[in-house]
Write a protein that binds this ligand. Sequence first.
Ligand SMILES: CC(C)(COP(=O)(O)OP(=O)(O)OC[C@H]1O[C@@H](n2cnc3c(N)ncnc32)[C@H](O)[C@@H]1OP(=O)(O)O)[C@@H](O)C(=O)NCCC(=O)NCCS
Length: 224
Amino acid sequence: MDDALRIESLTGSAILPYLDALARLRITVFREFPYLYDGSLAYEAEYLATYGACAESLFVLARQGEAIVGVSTGIPLAAETAAVKMPFEAAGLAPERVFYFGESVLLAPFRGQRIGARFFDAREAYARRLDRFNHTAFCAVDRPADHPLRPAGHRPLDGFWQRRGYVRRFDLRAAMRWKDIDQPAETAKSMVFWLRPLDRGSPAGGQSLSHRGDTGGPIMKTGS
Ligand SMILES: CC(C)(COP(=O)(O)OP(=O)(O)OC[C@H]1O[C@@H](n2cnc3c(N)ncnc32)[C@H](O)[C@@H]1OP(=O)(O)O)[C@@H](O)C(=O)NCCC(=O)NCCS
């Protein structure tokens, strides 16, 4: 068996066979704080429809042999739902100029090997290659500091995101709904957006890209 980890970028219809893998990874990984997502395949199907319908969606896969151990996603913000676009429009930022990152989810045993950094590299390189965006952006859930399920010693990703050049914009917020693992029903969460100007001058990164693409509610689309 091939144990080497490989990173592969896919767009358009090439992402469709991996929607299920992403749904399962999101349900597993987002149970952790700060997301605490008590996921269901029905919720996932609604969320993933947006990505499946856009020919310019990007999936960056981390694979070990046949197993998909991580996925990171991106999509032109203009193809996102109204709830995600609205804060940008309200702030005078045209969605057509923003490339949006849906999430990065990596199984815990594979963390700490710079795969998260490579997920950013691949998505920023792709956004640059599309050559019409001024910013890359994502959002993250804003949990209270005294949340009862915050693990002792929890290390947020804020420092990593800042080192990648992202700035948290408290003026750009959206409400998204999902069911927390300790709640009986869905509740609204406050999501805060992070933005980085996209340096369009530099050449695109070296990820291989399979593009067979010709296909074309406030829900959980959480961050880097
Ligand atoms: C986000 C995620 C994909 C990063 O994966 P990764 O491959 O471990 O990331 P990297 O090795 O590139 O490290 C990225 C940062 O994570 C942090 N980090 C790395 N290993 C860590 C560990 N064992 N424990 C805590 N933080 C760690 C570091 O701050 C690091 O940044 P730095 O090197 O600039 O200090 C992964 O942690 C994950 O799936 N987390 C759960 C889901 C999530 O929160 N996703 C982001 C929002 S959608």
